[in-house]
Design a protein around this ligand. Structure first.
Ligand SMILES: Cc1cc2nc3c(=O)[nH]c(=O)nc-3n(C[C@H](O)[C@H](O)[C@H](O)COP(=O)(O)O)c2cc1C
Length: 270
């Protein structure tokens, strides 16, 4: 059992032993851990007593205290586009202009035949009136889940802009020509990787990947063709949500639903 004591802007964790275990400097202004954390004090400390094990549980309390007030922008019915795709393009462009890290990274949620949801991050590679496109391995976990249940959800979280976009709809494979066209634009090591990695399968070690990549390189040299099990997915949206963080947790949420081929926009409570 540890005890937590606060002293000015220090959190001190004590263990029932002669040792004072951890001291954490807490930055009161930014509400983030100070640079010196974790720091240990004590004498003759047995090896292994300090470190993550000593503070894991207590750190949760500090996480619960973290709060940000969202005040950058607002989203209202009058200023948003009637077509959600245009609204998305505007926000995506703003995320690109803001030079955010990985602005096209989106979380993809799928649900397998066993009804259990799973998520992972993929990169948006195409976006037009037909839907949103990413590329992956059709035999991967996501590939198998989308095969069994072709409905998915995507989510962008542009933290610095205090924005989230959620998109739901049906997923299909892009046609072979579209997959080929994108595959050809990839760097050689990525094209080899598409062959070398049996994505989502258990492998005995990293050496398997390296050996696979060497075999693929020797076989195809500079021109590996697109593997038949690798290609594009397109989500055809029937629901979009745009979330803009606002002060006092009174965030803006505009949802667009496709009703008889027309987009209906509604506001949701935050
Ligand atoms: C920023 C980022 C981008 C990624 N982009 C892709 C991608 O476009 N396609 C892909 O298959 N995996 C991508 N990955 C890896 C996936 O998140 C995931 O590990 C992989 O697709 C296997 O997922 P699965 O086992 O659920 O099928 C990306 C990971 C990160 C962190």
């Amino acid at each position: 059992m540890e005890a937590r004591r606060q002293f000015r802007n220090w959190d001190v964790y004590l263990r029932p032993s002669p040792y004072a275990i951890l001291v954490r400097r807490w930055d009161k202004v930014s509400q983030t851990p100070g640079k010196s954390w974790p720091r240990s004090v004590g004498r003759d400390l047995p090896p292994g007593l300090l470190g993550p094990v000593a503070y894991t549980g207590q750190a949760m309390q500090s996480i619960a205290d973290l709060r940000t007030s969202y005040e950058r922008d607002e989203l209202d019915e009058a200023a948003s586009a009637a077509d959600p795709r245009l609204q998305f393009e505007l926000w995506l462009q703003q995320a690109l202009d803001a030079k955010l890290p990985e602005p096209t990274a989106m979380t993809l949620a799928s649900v397998g035949a066993d009804s259990r949801p799973s998520t992972r991050v993929v990169l948006l590679k195409g976006n037009d009136a037909r839907g949103l496109v990413w590329f992956s391995n059709y035999r991967s976990r996501k590939g198998r889940e989308l095969e069994a249940n072709p409905f998915a959800a995507l989510q962008f979280h542009w933290v610095e802009l205090e924005r989230v976009v959620r998109i739901e709809g049906r997923v299909e494979h892009t046609d072979a020509a579209e997959s080929d066209a994108y595959y050809k634009t990839r760097p050689l090591d990525s094209r080899i990787g598409a062959w070398a990695s049996p994505q989502s399968d258990v492998i005995t070690s990293r050496a398997v990947l390296v050996a696979n990549a060497a075999k693929v390189s020797a076989r195809y040299l500079l021109n590996p063709p697109r593997p038949p099990h690798w290609g594009g997915f397109r989500l055809v949206p029937d629901r979009w949500e745009f979330w803009q963080g606002r002060r006092s947790r009174l965030h803006d949420r505009l949802v667009y639903r496709l009703v008889e081929d027309a987009w209906q926009r509604e506001r949701l409570a935050p």
